[in-house]
Ligand binder design. Sequence first.
Ligand SMILES: [Zn+2]
Length: 476
Amino acid sequence: MEEERQRPLNGGSSILVLHDALIVTMDSQCRVFRNGAVAIQGDTIIAVGQSQDIISHFSSLSPQLFNLHGNFLLPGLINTHVHTSQQLARGIADDVDLLTWLHGRIWPYESNMTEEDSYLSTLLCGIELIHSGVTCFAEAGGQHVSGMARAVELLGIRACLTQSVMDSGEGLPESWAERTAHECIQSQKDLHKKHHNTADGRIRIWFGLRQIMNSTDRLLVETRDAAKELNTGIHMHVAEIPYENELVVERQGVDHGTVTYLDKIELLQSNLLAAHSVWVNEDEIGLLSRSGVKVSHCPAAAMHMLGFAPIREMIDAGVCVSLGTDGAPSNNRMSIVDEMYLASLINKGREVFSKGTTDPTALPAETILEMATINGAKSVLWDKEIGSLDVGKKADMIVVNPCSWTMMPIHDCISSLVYCMRSENITSLMCNGRWVMVDKKILILNEEEVIAKAQKVSGDLLKRAGIQIPTRMNFL
Ligand SMILES: [Zn+2]
């Protein structure tokens, strides 16, 4: 792969052929080529097939040929719930109760961020996302979308960016408490106008709803209508904790919780990406399925703070479920590769917890791969262009080198990708036809510089926010 480093861009009309790889296409026929090739022109995949056929088909056009012998080639992975603004907050809220987590740590942190902090935080998070094979992510909602957009433009990957939106609720920082529903909607419309479809089409702007406990009815309904008007998505934390459902039952008079109420006000629609969705009952799973709502399952964050989501039941009911990491203070690891492993294990373990009997067949490896690729693309309403290696789709893909102690020996390459692969096995990443990472090196920024800056800037931010992390154990 040395040649790409000198020539990272695949611009113009020249054709690039990546060949001799094991290609897991994730297409509708689940095709896997043992010795496959992908041809790329500009930002688009123009052929996928057996190496020999592709090379001879394009030979008269003198394509650039890159031999990936011994490597796997997959579609770029998609992280459907991540708080890029929270990367500088990694480690500020470990092992604390929920109220301390939110009121004592996260809200003071976020409300004291500057746009520059958000830019740096997104760069730092982006580095981790890229190393874990992510070519597209859905931002869960941060304070400075313009800072995030600037970072995503530089990072070279795709994103559905969302502002953190709240217009009510107890304990909000002063600067947030006075926002009206109208202001929340207007500022998002302005951001949409400014950033939607920028960075060669890699950035999309969505509407955000932090959660139902911080939203007036007016905000919920106007968000529904504004997203419809601009033909974009809505990203919202849904049914995270039992208290949320109890509050909705009490205030809105519905018989269960958030999902039931969102159905009542017609917010359950196919453009809603519902993060977590842990505390949903059977009827609500039916509602999610019938309305085409997408669910982002974040297994690590669920174990950290929320509980077991009924993912197997959702999948059985036909709900489109994808994977997310959530933010650094509720997961710490922003690796979608780790989430793939966890999602499979946690949902096998949950079978014992919910049914009293073991079932190691729950959520098999191929289901997990779908969640991280094509279901991710559907969740971010981008599946016509990304999520699988198909002719006509954008050239978003990753190269996996399995030849290390983490993955060898390989007898079942599909299960190896879920149960053995680590972020370290992902060596190169292409997004929109451009190499973003080659041989584990991100080409467009200096990682060490970003990391060093992050340590200093996050310390300053915590001081400004008045957050003190208690010392553990006996420091001398
Ligand atoms: Zn979240």
